[in-house]
Design a protein around this ligand. Structure first.
Ligand code: NAP
Length: 248
């Protein structure tokens, strides 16, 4: 496969939602899109179909980003098959919302393990190849909650704020190797994560958004594609908001 591939993109949590839109937005001929997911419910078939329709090569794999071993195997497969990694998007994320006094240790740990440690595992592996290549783009999907906080999301907000500090530190470390590292902070985006909220809560949130609507996954994907492009080569260590004015 190696000789035909011009670009290798890795997207964590690509089976649905924002990750699916990111995979589709990057898809083009001679581009291999590796994406993962952890459950057996959504196996990424729809994502793979969208990538193929745009001429890209989809490579869906079941990988729990919280597992160091699974992540090591994932990146070994990628490098063995394509010999390169051009873009890593750390998108996989979960919520276990509850008020502070009710958050169980397991709910705290699970959120931190997937949202923050998962990004660490994947970035560490991708960086080995990017440093050797002397090029690469790393994009971390954080959240408005990591910047502004949100009641009922202390665990999630802590993980996303941690991801911002991680982004800035790694941006400084890898800049001399021509690798940029940025974070995208979405606001309220229509995906499974937000559709599970009660309709009244959703309507209340949307009424607070200056642009008057929830975001689409494509609103986030468009920015990811830009940050990975040549045109964004002088942008690193930044947190860029996609939120319809929800946080200004
Ligand atoms: P989603 O629809 O729930 O999709 C989450 C994706 O992550 C799925 O593909 C899921 O697949 C995968 N995933 C979850 N745990 C994983 C694990 N341990 N290992 C590998 N993959 C895993 O969520 P979304 O709304 O698209 O959110 C995507 C990212 O954007 C998340 O980081 C989220 O925090 C962030 N974000 C979302 C919003 C929003 O309004 N939707 C706002 C701000 C930030 P499996 O379930 O199969 O594992």
């Amino acid at each position: 496969m190696t000789s035909d591939i011009k670009r290798t993109i890795v997207v964590t949590g690509g089976s649905r939602g924002i990750g699916r839109a990111i995979c589709a937005a990057f898809a083009s001929p001679n581009t291999c899109i590796y994406f993962n997911f952890s459950s057996s419910q959504a196996t990424g078939e729809e994502t793979a179909a969208q990538v193929s329709a745009a001429g890209g090569i989809p490579r869906p794999l079941r990988v729990n980003v919280a597992s160091e071993k699974e992540v090591l195997d994932f990146f070994k497969t990628i490098v063995d098959e394509t010999g390169r990694i051009d873009v890593l998007v750390n998108n996989a994320g979960i919520t276990r919302d509850n008020l502070l006094l009710r958050i169980k240790d397991k709910d705290w740990d699970d959120v931190l393990e997937v949202n923050l440690k998962g990004a660490f595992h994947c970035t560490r592996e991708a960086a080995k190849t990017m440093v050797r290549q002397r090029s690469g783009r790393i994009i971390n999907i954080t959240s408005i909650a990591g910047v502004a906080g949100n009641p009922g999301q202390a665990n999630y907000a802590a993980s996303k704020a941690g991801l911002i500090g991680f982004t800035k530190a790694v941006a400084r470390e890898l800049s001399s190797r021509n690798i940029t590292v940025n974070a995208i902070a979405p606001g309220f985006i229509e995906t499974g994560m937000t559709l599970k909220l009660p309709e009244k809560t959703r309507a209340g949130i949307i009424s607070q958004i200056p642009l008057g609507r929830a975001g689409a996954p494509e609103d986030v994907a468009n920015l990811a594609v830009f940050l990975a492009s040549e045109a964004a080569g002088y942008i690193t260590g930044q947190v860029i908001h996609v939120n319809g004015g929800m946080y200004i």
